[in-house]
Design a protein around this ligand. Structure first.
Ligand code: COA
Length: 322
């Protein structure tokens, strides 16, 4: 078998119709549009309606990614879904998506790594492809954080939104310059209580809330993401000057700006969705990729740096050439 690399060949996204503005939150919470924008860069978020769930949103995003690539669902080898808000403990979101797409072959499973979920799922899917266990893989982030938010806690509920994003990977020849170049994962479970859910999740009733020490998470995010982008560039013998686009996890504008400054990347080289999507956890990177590929910003040959940090703490980075 030739040495393989995972090419990113399809992109898709789904956002619920319902948009909730900061002003709408300020009408029922002691907060304001000014406070939320100044501290986070967030102006609005999409919130799941009764018809939306982790499976339906993931399926919609996946169908778009397949359509983009012109690949029939039947040809997909693997589905890896990153989610911290599955509709059920099992079956995995991924096998529900497999069924919804009409696939009878291949395999699927979920990954839980909170807001780092997409980088983790990409790492696993890329490994499956490079080792020959799948010739293609859908990598999906799908999150319904509105169902784990304490809507009376202004310190957390203003930060998150719902949505799903998908990237389709396909095996390519490693002799070609394109594809996922490397991925790097980290976690430190001793910091598990900085950002966690105090219960399980489910479709039927609210059974756990997201809890966060915002200031500590912020501090760790800037430090760990800065070393993480250094790590992925060094591993590939590259410098910040080689990066065409930073496609970061979209938690907070100030965290993103700190990492961009470190990379000496001007704002116009950073794909930003946090203003409109808020933090969609594992969905934020593929949603941002989808937007920037479809509007023509990210083009074939561009070098894309992805990074994320989330509950766990988990963090990581990935470098890919389109
Ligand atoms: N509206 C108005 N005031 C708010 C508020 C809101 N939505 N949320 C918190 N406050 C208040 C606090 O109660 C506090 O008031 P006090 O000084 O009277 O006690 C004050 O604002 C400052 O709170 P603090 O938490 O220190 O603010 P901060 O500057 O750290 O900003 C975050 C808070 C959450 C925006 C910031 O810590 C953050 O972005 N952290 C990272 C969170 C994140 O991205 N998590 C996900 C990672 S995947």
């Amino acid at each position: 078998m030739m040495a393989r690399r995972s090419l990113m060949v399809g992109f898709g996204g789904y956002l619920p119709d319902r948009i909730v503005t900061n002003d709408e939150l300020a009408a029922r919470l002691d907060t304001s549009d000014e406070w939320i924008r100044a501290r986070t860069g967030i102006g609005q978020r999409h919130i799941a309606g009764p018809e939306d769930n982790a499976v339906s949103m993931a399926t919609a995003a996946a169908a778009q990614a397949l359509d983009y690539a012109g690949m029939p669902a039947a040809d997909v080898g693997a589905i890896v879904v990153a989610t911290s808000t599955p509709d059920q403990a099992f079956p995995a979101t991924a096998v529900r998506v497999q069924a919804a797409l009409g696939m009878r072959g291949g395999f699927g499973f979920d990954i839980a790594a909170a807001c780092s979920g997409f980088v983790y799922a990409l790492t696993v899917a890329d490994s499956l492809i490079r080792t020959g266990q799948a010739d293609s893989a859908l990598v999906i982030g799908s999150e319904v954080y509105s169902r784990i938010l304490d809507w009376s806690d202004r310190g957390t509920c203003v930060l998150f939104g719902d949505g799903a994003g998908a990237v389709l990977l396909k095996a390519g020849d490693a002799a070609q310059p394109a594809g996922v170049l490397s991925t790097h994962l980290h976690s430190d479970g001793t910091m598990g209580d900085l950002l966690y859910v105090d219960g399980a999740v489910g479709l039927r009733e609210q059974s756990g809330f997201l809890r966060m020490q915002g200031r500590d998470v912020f501090r760790h995010a800037v430090a760990k993401l800065s070393s993480s982008v250094d790590e992925v560039l060094a591993a590939n013998g590259m410098t910040h000057a080689d990066v065409s686009w930073l496609v970061p996890h979209q938690a907070n504008l100030r965290i993103i700006e700190a990492v961009a400054r470190k990379l000496e990347l001007p704002p116009e080289r950073v794909v930003m969705t946090v203003d409109r999507h808020a933090n969609t956890s594992a969905a934020s990177i593929p949603l941002a990729m989808n937007e920037a590929v479809r509007d023509g910003r990210i083009r074939k040959g561009d070098l894309v740096l992805m990074e994320a940090l989330g509950g766990g703490l988990t963090w990581g980075s990935a470098l890919a050439r389109l």
